[in-house]
Design a protein around this ligand. Structure first.
Ligand code: FES
Length: 162
């Protein structure tokens, strides 16, 4: 990964966070959370950096990262589009909604669009089965009873942002 100015800033912020916690027990998960929050995912370089800073073998860091599914070793788009493929959503056409998102954005599942703005992920039940099929954009933009024809409009809302 090329180290650009932005990354230097992020590493600095991560190091400051590590300094704050140093000496406390079991901080690895907290540090990895912080790193993912800053970088959006956990590239190998970042994992190695954390290992070095905490003075632990990289294999231990890697083990933790791959054990918990909330850590990501692949980049994600600025706007993560999660399409529920749980049973209730699937039977109501969640799979067709998913296909439409993938074709509109020209990506495969979990791949990031060239502009870095979107990635599309199939997920299990989002806990709103009565609204099936359900789509979640980012952490809180929730769309219920989504049809494939609504997909371009949903994407459009985020296209102009950052
Ligand atoms: S199955 Fe999709 S919200 Fe429950």
């Amino acid at each position: 990964m090329a180290v650009c100015e932005k990354h230097v800033e992020l590493y600095k912020e991560l190091d400051a966070y590590i300094e704050e916690l140093k000496g406390k027990k079991g901080i690895l998960i907290n540090v990895l959370h912080k790193a993912q929050e800053l970088f959006g995912w956990l590239p190998q370089e970042v994992q190695d950096h954390v290992a070095k800073k905490l003075n632990i073998p990289p294999s231990v860091v890697y083990g933790v990262v791959t054990f918990y599914n909330f850590f990501s070793t692949k980049p994600k788009g600025k706007h993560q589009i999660k399409i529920c493929l749980g049973t209730a959503c699937y039977v109501k056409g969640g799979d067709r909604v998913m296909e439409r998102f993938l074709s509109e954005l020209g990506v495969e599942e979990s791949e990031v669009t060239k502009d870095g703005k979107f990635s599309v992920h199939g997920v299990r039940c989002l806990g709103a089965c009565s609204m099936a099929p359900v789509v979640l954009v980012g952490e809180k933009d929730f769309y219920g009873k989504v049809t494939p024809d609504m997909v371009p409009g949903i994407i459009k809302k985020y296209k102009g942002e950052g």
